[in-house]
Design a protein around this ligand. Structure first.
Ligand SMILES: *Cc1c(COP(=O)(O)O)cnc(C)c1O
Length: 394
């Protein structure tokens, strides 16, 4: 019989009833150190007091009015995003997938309104942009698209990191290029700064709009407010979600005035998008993560974690191959199956997230402490040792 929850997930037999900072707690009181943070969502930890206060204060005033009216909290969040990024304007969604949908629509509409429609959007193998029919067509992986055809046309996937292929594919007919500056689901695979610069230059030459998907790598995750800042290039359109709501469902599309020029009244909408509850929390997240002292701490702690992980890799050469990523978006390239390491981690009460390309993702709350970093690496060490000594029992 089909379970009452549609069985699209293989869930771990863990059930949490409470969260505190970097920890998740089961009903019997067992505590797990959370290096997944709800897949890079709980950027400020679980039950962060500032976010709890922002949410409960708003909850006592007003939950929802729809976008038929002015929403002061939404205005405040939009202003914070515009002040702190390349963007001139923002639209709010409830998820990364919806941000992908708007990014695609905005790019196509831009060219339509110019009177010179362009359809093709270039994307990359290993990408993840969400689960809508448009987003799966953009990423194009067999696993995501199988059985869901006909797919939305107009997407082509290029080999990751192959700048020659990109140069050959892009032309003055290209509508846009969509890319994660650091692939998340794809296995914490950063695009080199030089390649991001080259990509920007190719877009400038051909007019193609550059769309960055920073749903996973954005919102201070890499130690800059957005990951593309490390490369010194800016997109025309950017998708944001995950960390921006700190656990409250919230996403956004940010854009330059030029890229957004086709999106006039009536061309797009959302009932819930940017509602007062979500935006009150999002504005508080932005206030916290844009503080230079906060970002400096993320970078310092990232250095500490990375150094300890390099030691872990050296200590377990049969399990791990290397560390990659930026800031607190780190991946352990594995020799063992990442799913087995995740499972061995459960026994040590540490939570990690598997990814493609044989990688294990470490996406801790950005508020993780030095002590918790040391504890996390020692638990990962114990998990690796357990795998080495009794691989069949895991
Ligand atoms: C998670 C993710 C999405 C989809 O976001 P949802 O909120 O799950 O719809 C899109 N792009 C990237 C890079 C992601 O990591």
């Amino acid at each position: 019989m089909i379970p009452s929850i549609l069985p699209t997930y293989n869930r771990a037999p863990l059930s949490f009833v409470k969260g505190e900072g970097s920890w998740l707690i089961e009903a019997d009181g067992s505590r797990y150190l959370d290096l997944g943070a709800g897949i890079a969502v709980n950027a400020l930890g679980h039950a962060n007091p500032d976010l709890v206060a922002a949410l409960t204060e708003q909850a006592g005033k007003l939950w929802h009015v729809s976008n038929l009216y002015q929403i002061p909290e939404q205005q405040r969040l939009a202003d914070l995003l515009v002040e702190n990024t390349f963007a001139d304007t923002a639209f709010f969604t409830n998820s990364g997938t919806e941000a992908a949908e708007l990014a695609i629509k905005m790019a196509r509409k831009y060219w339509y309104e110019k009177g010179a429609p362009r359809e093709e959007i270039l994307a990359f193998e290993g990408a993840f942009h969400g689960r809508s029919t448009g987003a799966i067509a953009a990423a194009g992986s067999e696993k995501m698209v199988k059985g869901y055809g006909p797919l939305m046309p107009g997407f082509r996937q290029l080999p990751w990191g192959d700048m020659d292929a990109l140069k050959a594919a892009i032309s003055d007919k290209t509508c846009a290029v969509m890319v994660e500056p650091i692939q998340g689901e794809g296995g914490i695979r950063p695009m080199a700064d030089a390649d991001l610069k080259f990509l920007r230059a190719l877009c400038d030459q051909t007019g193609a709009l550059l769309i960055f998907d920073e749903v996973q790598c954005g919102v201070a995750r890499t130690g800059r407010l957005f990951a593309h800042e490390w490369a010194g290039v800016t997109p025309d359109i950017m998708m944001v979600a995950k960390g921006i709501g700190g656990g409250f469902p919230l996403g956004a599309v940010l854009a330059t005035e030029n890229a957004a020029s086709g999106m006039i009244a009536g061309t797009h909408g959302s009932t819930y998008g940017g509602n007062p509850l979500a935006c009150a929390v999002g504005a508080k997240v932005m206030e916290i993560v844009t503080d230079p002292a906060f970002l400096a701490e993320v970078n310092r702690k990232a250095g500490l974690l990375r150094q300890k992980l390099e030691g872990l890799v050296s200590a377990h050469p049969d399990i791990f191959e290397g560390v990659r990523g930026q800031g607190l978006m780190l991946g352990l390239k594995c020799k063992a199956a990442p799913a087995d390491i995740v499972k061995a981690g459960y026994a040590q009460h540490i939570l990690t997230v598997p990814a493609a390309d044989n990688a294990l993702r470490l996406l801790p709350p950005l508020t993780i402490t030095d002590e918790e970093i040391a504890e996390a690496v020692s638990r990962l060490d114990a998990a690796a040792t357990a795998l080495e000594t009794a691989p069949s029992s895991v």
